[in-house]
Design a binder for this molecule. Structure first.
Ligand code: PGA
Length: 247
């Protein structure tokens, strides 16, 4: 089987940045994006208040942008929430859903994450569905059970929907810790996720790896057959570091 999936390298700024620092970072990304190989899509997921800044700075560039979360609701009395339609107003292409920090710090359930993915799709956004096990779950040999549980309500959205999503595998123990999964560890889980997607007819969905990705480990991760790119936290805050991962 020929693999035609394009590579996607996506930054997740988390709750970092300000207007002045963002301006420098975005300008650096625009300046460097042209030298990234064709077939690699760059994207950044920025805090909501900076979507206007990102859309202005990145318009016409090779870098797409998105949000770090999206409401499961379309509109209404949901204080603090941001809808998919609002994100589309700022020409977002992507929305992260179910990042481990949302799951663990904000109590987001697997069902809510799937509802957010569904709402994102309804607004024409590409949801990047994040899954991943904790260290305790890995040590207890629960990795695939956890991932299957997290994915189940998403897969239940059906093949047509699932073919429009991106999945990000981010082992919680590797996020922000400097401890990356080995390429083999990551590939093992990616292959299992691919099989679960394949089983419903969505085997060509992009599956990103996330968790302490940096230029020094990106090439060996990307060499794996089922790793289609990266979701990058810390190293996405410096233009050269982020571009070096994509390069
Ligand atoms: P990290 O974060 O690259 O800083 O580990 C990844 C993520 O949380 O998406």
């Amino acid at each position: 089987m020929t693999i035609s999936r394009t590579r996607l390298v996506m930054g997740n700024w988390k709750m970092h940045g300000n207007l002045a620092d963002n301006a420098k970072l975005l300008a650096g990304l625009c300046a460097g994006a042209g030298s990234i190989a064709a077939g690699t899509q760059l994207a950044v997921c920025v805090p909501f208040p900076y979507l206007a800044q990102a859309s202005e700075a990145l318009k016409g560039s090779a870098v797409a942008w998105g949000a770090q979360d999206v409401s499961a609701q379309a509109q209404g009395a949901f204080t603090g929430e941001v809808s998919g339609a609002m994100l589309k107003d700022f020409a977002c292409r992507y929305a992260l859903v179910g990042h481990s920090e949302r799951r663990s710090l904000h109590g987001e359930s697997d069902q809510l994450v799937a509802a957010k993915a569904k709402a994102a799709l309804a607004s024409g956004l590409t949801p990047v569905v994040c899954v991943g096990e904790s260290l305790a779950e890995r040590d207890a040999n629960q990795v695939m059970a956890v991932i299957q549980r997290q994915l189940a309500p998403v897969l239940a959205l059906g093949a047509e929907a699932v073919n429009k999503i991106v999945v990000a595998y981010e082992p919680v123990w590797a996020i922000g810790t400097g401890r990356t999964a080995t390429p083999e560890q990551a590939q093992e889980v990616h292959a299992a996720i691919r099989a679960a997607l394949q089983a419903i007819g969505a085997g060509q969905v992009q599956i990103l790896y996330g968790g302490s990705v940096k230029a020094a480990n990106a090439a060996s991760l990307f060499a794996m057959p089922d790793i289609d790119g990266a979701l990058v936290g810390g190293a996405s805050l410096v233009a050269e570091d982020f571009l070096a991962i994509a390069a």
